[in-house]
Design a protein around this ligand. Structure first.
Ligand SMILES: [Zn+2]
Length: 189
């Protein structure tokens, strides 16, 4: 798959992800919310058990109404930092995308890593990893290897659990993170 196509798919995903998250926090109309969630869900291989982070039914509680404006201002479009292309023995072409978090205070470094593979429906997110919260991606706590993530800096979130990613073919660097741990990884390969 062409580099620009992959990046375009991911940019479309981050736009839709942002719109759906904004709707999660601010949209009172359930149908509008569900439509935005359905748009972002098109990017996932849901048959692999990937968790998108969106529920279909929300509770529009007192609390929701009270925090609506505040949450709407906090949420932003995720930064796409880089994409690594692998040749996987199991899937063929496989892409690993590194993204920031969903909130404005979480844009300087990695928060989420998506694995995209070719499915019958096209290129889809088949697995999601989250940054290890114990070591915040460093893989170490002091001089000790982090036991929570086994030193990888990432924890499997949902979807297909992959063994090896395969051979790294190419890295597409789009935006350098400013967080030192993320930047060190960004510059490493
Ligand atoms: Zn860890």
């Amino acid at each position: 798959m062409d580099k620009n196509e992959v990046i375009e798919v991911l940019r479309q995903f981050t736009r839709r992800d942002h719109e759906a998250r904004l709707a999660l926090y601010t949209e009172p109309d359930p149908e509008t919310y569900q439509r935005k969630v359905a748009e972002v869900e098109q990017h996932y291989a849901l048959e692999e058990g990937v968790y998108t982070g969106f529920s279909h039914r929300r509770q529009l509680s007192e609390q929701w109404h009270r925090t609506r404006d505040k949450m709407g201002k906090r949420v932003t479009q995720r930064v796409l930092f880089q994409v690594k292309k692998y040749e996987s023995p199991e899937f063929g072409e496989l892409f690993l995308a590194y993204l920031s978090g969903e909130f404005k205070h979480d844009q300087d470094g990695y928060a989420q890593r998506l694995v995209l593979t070719q499915t019958k429906a096209g290129l889809r997110i088949s697995s999601v990893d989250g940054l290890c919260l114990s070591c915040t991606g460093r893989g170490k706590i002091g001089e000790e290897q982090c036991s929570a993530c086994g030193g990888r800096g990432w924890e499997h979130g949902s979807g297909r659990k992959l063994g090896t990613l395969g051979q790294l073919v190419e890295t597409y660097k789009l935006q350098a993170p400013t967080d030192p741990t993320s930047l060190a990884e960004y510059e490493s390969e």
